[in-house]
Write a protein of this length. Structure first.
Length: 279
């Protein structure tokens, strides 16, 4: 159940943003053929057509709003507004409102990525990709991350499930964990996240009152490390350290922190491999 106080805070922020025309408002009744396509940490995502046309959007709903969730959503939207001018970053077009007898829910109206996540795209299309295609995807992803850093933003959660593909074009998404570079300098993450993509330096910690405290703050270099892992994934077509039926755990984190890495895929061009293997 959503906390009324935090729900009101979210509604107030959204209504102010719409009134100030930070975001375009879309009438919910104008959407049709609404289909659920996924569920994330904050809520559900739907695909919908606009005004009986072929134009498709992704509608992002939220549940379990609390103080932390509201702050994360607002932060994500503020970041989104600053960077979604870039061709390789998913667009946030505006806001819509689902009205019911009990309450009103505000949903985000986002660009729809027809190719799904990078992980699913590679699984489905890898055998058709040429090295020119792979170079192009790597270049687009690098440009998107460079855009973030040029705007003073660290993503901190880069992996192949929150990178999307639309018409064969890379679209960086999910800025819920992103922070300003200056604000993230004292951030102490309690999450391992997607272990193979995480900067190994973040696995180090010290004990304080029998509690493990992370000493390393994720930063621009952490994003670059994640990018290197993603370049390997683009070259291989599968997630790093993937074993069917098994999940990444603390033992893998320990191995990676001690220097364990995936090996270069056979027949990878030397120039490509050097990008993610050079110190």
């Amino acid at each position: 159940m959503q906390d009324t106080e935090y729900t009101n805070e979210w509604v107030n922020w959204i209504e102010e943003a719409v009134n100030k025309e930070y975001f375009k408002f879309y009438e919910y009744q104008q959407f049709n053929n609404i289909q659920h396509i996924g569920t994330g940490g904050f809520g559900k995502v739907y695909r919908a057509n606009w005004k009986n046309s072929e134009k498709q959007f992704a509608l992002k709903s939220f549940f379990n709003l609390d103080n932390i969730t509201v702050k994360e959503i607002v932060r994500e939207l503020k970041i989104q507004r600053e960077i979604d001018f870039h061709d390789n970053i998913i667009r946030c077009y505006g806001i819509t409102k689902l009205e019911s007898d009990n309450h009103n829910d505000y949903w985000l109206v986002m660009e729809y990525a027809d190719g799904g996540s990078l992980r699913s795209y590679l699984k489905k299309n890898f055998n058709k990709l040429t090295w020119d295609d792979k170079y192009n995807m790597a270049y687009q992803l690098s440009c998107a991350i460079s855009c973030l850093h040029n705007e003073g933003i660290v993503h901190r959660d880069l992996h192949s499930r929150n990178i999307l593909v639309r018409n064969n074009i890379i679209k960086l998404a999910d800025f819920g964990l992103s922070k300003r570079i200056e604000a993230s300098s004292n951030f102490q993450s309690k999450l391992f996240g997607m272990v193979p993509y995480v900067d190994p330096k973040s696995f180090s910690s010290r004990k304080n009152n029998n509690q493990s405290i992370q000493m390393y703050s994720l930063n621009e270099k952490s994003d670059i490390y994640s990018l290197g892992v993603l370049l390997w994934e683009i070259s291989s077509g599968q997630p790093p350290f993937y074993v069917e039926g098994e999940q990444c755990d603390i033992s893998l984190a320990l191995d990676i922190s001690q220097g364990h890495r995936e090996t270069v895929v056979p027949d990878t061009p030397d120039e490509y491999a050097k990008i993610y293997t050079s110190e």
